[in-house]
Design a protein around this ligand. Sequence first.
Ligand code: 4HQ
Length: 236
Amino acid sequence: MRIDVITIFPELFDAFVRTSLVGRAAADGLLEIAVHDLRAHTDDPHRSVDDEPYGGGGGMVMTAPPWLAAVAAVAAGGSPWRILLSPQGRTLDDAKVRELARRPHLLLLCGRYEGIDERVAQTVVDEEISIGDYVLAGGELAAMVLIEAVSRWIPGVVGLPDSVESDSFGRGLLDHPHYTRPRVVAGLAVPEVLLSGDHRAIAEWRRAEALRRTRARRPDLLAGGAKSCKTSGEEG
Ligand code: 4HQ
């Protein structure tokens, strides 16, 4: 998979693309990430990328020409799925993440200020995506969230295929609790069943805990009809 990013702050991605899961995926040749500076596609001496909004009001708006030039240059020779990170987009969820992970090439547009001239979205964007109902200063962190979530679904990136599927949302449920050494922390012991060596009992306990926590914390996930949640009379 290849992911291109266009931003006025390419340096924000430096540590991110070299570290942890994403860095390893890149090192292993499973994911190629290229970050491009929007200002390379300006033609004035000040390399300006913003201007005052038509209609007045506060703040500045990113102008269309650098974006059109940058998208054309980055997309040249390929046909990336072009995504604008924006609060006006559809909210990212597990289904969307999996869908995006099946695409061979993404191009992420990260805006700043009040946003980008609407004609960019109208002409060179395939889809607008939001990572949640709150306002960031720019699309860069949203792009990193999307990249990290998508990367986990690229075959070979997460060591055990099972752990991708069984993580939160893999089964349409929240995750069960996890424990490691020491056996007692702040007076709290690890649940006995996890020390029993009875793998069937452990699997049942984990599923019951996942279901119980989902009912308590995110009943909206169950209302939608979770994949392994067809039993209705069960409670932890
Ligand atoms: N942004 N999900 C871009 C966001 C955002 C979000 C704020 C992105 C402002 C210009 N992006 N601009 N939420 O809040 O993706």
